[in-house]
Design a protein around this ligand. Structure first.
Ligand code: GAR
Length: 196
């Protein structure tokens, strides 16, 4: 039987609704592969992710941007939960340098397009899908990538694509992309963590 000490721990950082965080939590609760989501960090009071994670029994720390940017405070939280990997799932702040240093190669993000297309500052959530539709792209997708100090520019770990039909609007594209996130993200996290 697994002892609790042998379980490898992930922190999910999220700012919004939290469908990805919920999928990731459920996946690791179900597959029992020696990895768990031990903590959710959220920078927005009242965000949907707080209730989703809490109802699945995962501790949530709601922290203001200033607290997340405070090395002493933030690293103490990550240490308290023995976090080995940080997963950004709809997290809208840049990750501070001291976390990038401490967790070098162990912070990954999901972006809802095929990077390098439709990445960078201001490109998040629905804005991405609106830009995809406006540009007449025939496909879009998801990118799981390393997090660096440059927005959406870290090395790609995984991509999956889906067709954009001429009749699609931003909402239908968003639903397709959420489908890809649901299908792939947790498994990609598991494979990534098993490789480090
Ligand atoms: C997800 O689609 C994620 O890919 C995107 O925000 C959404 C969060 O949804 N992330 C970005 O746009 C990052 N630039 P969720 O809160 O329901 O998981």
């Amino acid at each position: 039987m697994e002892t609790n000490e042998s379980v490898r721990k992930i922190a999910v950082f999220a700012s919004g609704t939290g469908t990805n965080a919920e999928n990731i939590i459920r996946y690791f609760q179900d597959v029992r592969c020696g990895i768990e989501v031990a903590l959710v960090v959220c920078n927005k009071a009242g965000a949907g992710v707080i209730e989703r994670a809490t109802s699945l029994g995962v501790p949530v720390r709601v922290m203001a941007a200033a607290e997340i940017r405070n090395p002493e405070q933030m690293l103490a939280v990550l240490d308290e939960y023995e976090i080995e990997l940080i997963v950004l799932a709809g997290f809208l702040l840049m990750v501070p340098d001291f976390i990038l240093g401490r967790y070098a190669g162990r912070i990954i993000n999901i972006h809802p397009s095929l990077l390098p297309k439709f990445g960078g500052k201001g490109m998040y959530g629905r804005h991405v899908h609106e830009a995809v539709v406006a540009s007449g792209e025939t496909e879009t997708g998801i990118t799981v990538h390393h997090v660096t100090d440059k927005c959406d520019e870290g090395g790609v770990i995984f991509q999956a694509s889906v067709a954009v039909d001429p009749s699609d609007d931003a909402e239908t594209v968003e639903a397709k992309v959420h489908g890809l996130e649901r299908k792939h993200f947790a498994r990609v996290i598991r494979e990534f963590m098993e490789g480090i």
